[in-house]
Design a protein around this ligand. Structure first.
Ligand code: C2G
Length: 132
């Protein structure tokens, strides 16, 4: 069984996230998502709209996702790859090159980011179109 892992916040889930998860799963038989905790998000300078438990519940409903683990730190990736016997690490190419340190441990794949959508765009839209 070929195991794939990816990491992210996956807030305000949109088609960019789905296309990433779909392509990641297509690279193997089992996809683990390491989901950024709320605390780790704050460290990333992100304040997600949905808290961890709700982002996890939403991801669990996605057919491409087989397992969800918490992402609590930048440094956990090598340990995750070894602990979960991961063959392939996948992430969007907005991170291109940033995780090449994983290459001795697993295949590293950067997939093209979907350009026309982002969670911050969605947040901005609702901020400007909020009708009270
Ligand atoms: N993504 C994408 N297209 C978009 C938006 C996001 O392909 N329009 C991808 C990102 O490249 C990433 C995944 O979807 O692979 C999740 O994106 P985010 O939730 O924004 O995650 P990020 O903040 O990039 O966190 O340790 C790695 C970090 O946790 C990654």
């Amino acid at each position: 069984m070929k195991k794939v892992i990816t990491y992210g916040t996956f807030d305000l889930l949109h088609h960019g996230h789905i296309l990433l998860l779909q392509r990641a799963k297509a690279l193997g038989d089992h996809l683990t998502v390491a989901l950024s905790t709320d605390e780790f998000n704050r460290g990333k300078g992100k304040d997600s709209f949905f808290p961890y438990e709700q982002r996890k519940l939403i991801l669990e409903a996605i057919k491409y996702v087989d397992e969800i683990i918490p992402e609590c730190s930048w440094e956990q990736k090598i340990a995750d790859v070894q602990k979960y016997k991961i063959d392939t690490f996948v992430i969007g190419d907005d991170w291109k090159g940033k995780f090449d340190d994983l290459k001795p441990y697993c295949e590293v794949v950067y997939l093209s980011r979907t350009s026309d959508i982002s969670s911050s765009q969605i947040r901005e839209y609702y901020k400007n179109h909020l009708v009270i």
